[in-house]
Design a protein around this ligand. Sequence first.
Ligand code: PGD
Ligand code: PGD
Ligand code: 6MO
Length: 819
Amino acid sequence: STRFAQNDVSRRTFLSSTAAAGVLATLAPSLLTASAARAAVADGEVFSASHWGAFTATVQDGQWTKITPWEKDPHPSHQLEGVLDSVYSPTRIKYPMVRRAYLENGPGSSNETRGQDDFVRVSWDEALELVVKELKRVEETYGPTGTYAGSYGWKSPGKLHNCQNLLRRMMNIKGNFVNSAGDYSTGASQVIMPHVMGTLEVYEQQTVWPVIAEHTELFVIWGADPMVTNQIGWIIPDHGAYPGMQAFKDTGKPVICIDPVRTESCDFFDAEWIAPKPQTDVAMMLGIAHTLYEEKLHDADFLDEYTFGFDKFLPYLTGESDGVPKTAEWAAEICSVPADKIKELARLFASKRTMLSSGWSLQRQHHGEQRHWMLVTLACMLGQIGLPGGGFGLSYHYSSGGSPGASGPVLSGITDGGKAVDGAAWLTESGAATIPLARVVDMLEGPGSDFNFNGKTQKYPDVKMVYWVGGNPFAHHQDRNRMVKAWQKLETVVVHDFQWTATARFADIVLPATTSYERNDIEQYGDYSLKAIIGMKKIVDPLFEARSDFDIFTDISARLGNERAFTEGKTELDWIKGFYEGAEKQASAKNTEMPDFDAFWDKGYVEFPVTEEGRNYVRYADFREDPLLEPLGTPSGLIEIYSNNIEKMGYDDCPPHPTWMEPVERLDGPNAKFPLHVTTSHPRGRLHSQLNGTVLRKTYTVADREPCLINTEDAAARGIADGDIVRIFNDRGQLLAGATVTDAIRPGVIRVCEGGWYDPVEPGTDGSLDAYGDVNNVTVDIGTSSLAQANCGHTAIADVEKFTGEVPAVKVFSTPANA
Ligand code: PGD
Ligand code: PGD
Ligand code: 6MO
């Protein structure tokens, strides 16, 4: 540990000696004292990349001053401006900080004051000694399940600086921890789809856009906004969906959007807008299915040859089994789309080569497992799965699914050193115990109690310490007030981030991480196309006292006597080079030439051409061609409309075939205590909560708050005018927002996008008003069902009123008092 303590000293000395140079504030409007911002390149251009795309950074006098999208990017995201600003944002965490009561009185002290911004600056040495002491104490006192390191979140791309793998690597080498399974994006579908299709389905290549443009006659967008959500990638997006969508639009063929909101995509395609009540899509799909069956428009041969269990689903559809025929009229009562429209859709879908594409909001709801299962069933009845341009697709809206692929190599990355393997870490079990990740608050509330998950029953561990990196649970998790209370049970919370998110504010020990742009890394370009490998080069030196997660965990491992095991003796650049050379080996096995590492690093990228196969890819063509030789990974090898495995689990909240089930609350439903549904879409102007602390905020806030879309009728009934500050409330919580009155949202529904930073007026007090607009103040925190236990972020009923009280200031976008 002494070596690192010394590094701290020299680092501190360096910082103070360069402090006088910090007078470059004119270059970027929100620039803080730029003392530490000596650039890797003092002047010039650096090629690098992010969740928002690849770009060239212009550096002047050690300051990053300009961001220019890569010329090969066909549709750069407007959010790039915020990427630059995030480095110099006033929300940066500058120094290691410890909550005062924690520092003075030790773990578990005055937990109710968490979130009140009373932090004390400490040295790196002091901060890391505290972390190490606590890791040891918790393990010695409570055993391997005392610490939760299942941190979830969108972190930054990069094969080395994968902070979550780095955290779990440090924990695995040290001992053990509680891990998480699944994600917030597709938690329900990624568990049900393997039962139905034998694969995850949600993260797989789609029938490519050129095939869609040529063969699809009707493109249906069922609960998705691909123009908005394709802006970002889990790795580096190639934005290949945009030319794809443009090509389809240019053909003039019809698009239908089924969504409570008239989305940007709906406008782009000049599509027909159909707006069912939220959470009722299964009923609407059943109405279409019933019409297909009644009018003999269904493909009986396809159902026979390629599917399993339609015969067991049919009595439910016809009402033979429960006395309720799922007619268009029955569906219309529930979803509010007229029965004639439902019948028309059935005839239209059957008469054309139809692609049923769907986003993921509808499975982020109570009983979310049923949505895509029913959509697949509908596609089976239409019989076009595996045909060019037909069938269904669950990833056209995400990371440019359907962008034609290359056959380049796949980069490996740093592993968590446990059982998890790279690439599928979020699905692999590693750790002393694993919980479905959206059940984290259930776990804290009920240690020792049972939970179900995909056929297994397990017990929640008794967690005393949480270590979170690369995520913002105080934005992404539901029912904020319940969560705040659960967090108070924890003895210690450690967070690394580069900005003062609510999660950092509710922690005990906060460590300043670098942004991607203050370190070197390597990543692939094109989530589905894998068209290039890009060197993510450091643009500026770390600001203030920020250190990369790799350095922080190396230092912690060293203090635990595990440095060598953690780093394997390799530096940042050694690792990057190693990943590149692994890819080179794969490529040469396929007779593809790649430049050597130095030439690659110098140029910044290496491209792989799109292949003939990639350009013509049709999902499930092989299975359609020969279902015996190319069976699916399901028990029957066929598409399972009925699942014997799910039947055996016996869950009453997840029956063995797609079923309309009343959610815990919905618009006009039997349990609706409030009159409006709150939809919580993904924002156009940021990635979740990332970049909310930047200049981009000016482009979308209303009265300095998160915007709340509200229909003209609903606004008029409440005396709300465009631009008013409104209060959204239910029994779970309340938040302020700025009203946007519009007819682009159906009556009875309001929308506040997820990811607004939680800004409680009285932190730690149950039900505190949120001054800025974190919609998860009002959402429900229950599992989708016993099967997937995924989050229900799109399940919420509330009311809105014009806010007439004294308007509290928004405080969350500046640093805490002493920070
Ligand atoms: P982000 O804002 O991306 O949100 O939730 P998630 O937690 O992923 O948070 C990432 C954090 O990591 C940021 O604070 C960022 O600064 C930090 N970070 C970035 N790079 C680094 C790094 O290198 N090191 C460290 N230490 N930190 C870093 C997203 C989640 O929200 C998702 S994916 C979905 S799909 C859900 N969507 C909804 C929804 O639709 N509706 C509701 N109501 N709620 C949702 N929550 C979920
Ligand atoms: P949402 O915005 O939640 O996005 O992609 P996902 O498709 O889950 O929902 C899409 C649409 O569904 C919205 O237009 C919404 O109105 C509609 N909708 C909501 N409820 C219902 C319903 O009950 N029925 C029907 N028919 N429609 C409904 C999310 C994906 O986007 C994910 S998981 C991530 S992690 C990324 N996040 C972002 C992001 O934060 N910002 C941007 N710009 N892009 C992203 N892309 C990714
Ligand atoms: Mo997601």
